[in-house]
Design a protein around this ligand. Structure first.
Ligand code: SF4
Length: 237
């Protein structure tokens, strides 16, 4: 063990800065742990659970669990990979994700993780929920069919854009993203330049009239898998 604080991740000693989470320490060490709701620069949220690891034998979300001295973390075990795959499959069947017609295809982190985990047909039945599209804003639309409730837009709007454009309403299976005003997106101060729109990992938040600006085949995940080693991965953040 080195003199710096460190933990053991899948048998490898990696350093961390006190206060960092396991996920942050792994990122700094160039070790990819799959995630959806987490995004550098945003407060950890811990909702998607895709970043699940075992820390000293305990199952935790690595995006919220603090790194500690000598902690033994498992990430790439068959059991944890299977858990992540189930979580991803649930996300696919709970919404309406039609990748072949989605503008975000090739940019979408859910789709990219689907490829990483070899998901061809989810083991669960598709629910085909009835969800609406809020196209009321002149420049931005929310397609609730694709929303995975990760709250990246909520946190980005609040913490980086200095607004409160988005929020959640309802509970359990009825929980959904909403304009924080309680009505439609057109009634908020959302702007086409808001960073919140770029924070969406899927195709739920889109700018109008710019579809397919980057041709299919030239998009980030068309050629490089999600979680690819630095510096390729860094270039797309
Ligand atoms: S709109 Fe996108 S960023 Fe916002 S909660 Fe849904 S999936 Fe997440």
């Amino acid at each position: 063990m080195s003199a710096d604080p460190s933990l053991i991740l899948d048998g490898r000693e990696i350093p961390f800065v006190p206060g960092q989470t396991i996920l942050q320490a792994a990122d700094d060490a160039g070790v990819y742990i799959p995630r959806l709701c987490d995004k550098p620069g945003l407060e950890p949220f811990g909702s998607c659970r895709v970043c699940v690891v075992r820390a000293n034998g305990r199952t935790v979300s690595s995006c919220t669990y603090p790194a500690s001295l000598g902690m033994v973390v498992e990430s790439e075990t068959p059991e944890l990979q299977a858990m992540r795959k189930v979580l991803l499959e649930m996300l696919f069947v709970e919404g309406n994700h039609f990748c072949m017609s989605c503008e975000k295809s090739g940019h979408c982190e859910l789709q990219a993780l689907g490829y990483r985990f070899g998901i061809t047909a989810p083991q669960f039945e598709y629910q085909f929920p009835h969800r609406e599209v809020d196209a009321s804003h002149p420049d931005i639309l929310i397609d609730h069919n694709r929303c995975i409730l990760c709250a990246r837009c909520v946190r980005t709007s609040r913490d980086l854009d200095g607004k409160e454009v988005f929020g959640f309403v309802g509970r359990g299976p009825h929980k959904r993203l909403a304009a924080s005003t309680g009505s439609r997106l057109k009634d908020t101060n959302a702007d086409v330049t808001d960073r919140a729109i770029d924070a969406c990992p899927v195709g739920a938040l889109l700018r109008k009239r710019v579809g397919f600006a980057v041709p299919v085949g030239q998009r980030p995940y068309d050629t490089v898998p999600i979680g690819a080693p630095e510096p390729v991965q860094e270039a797309r953040r």
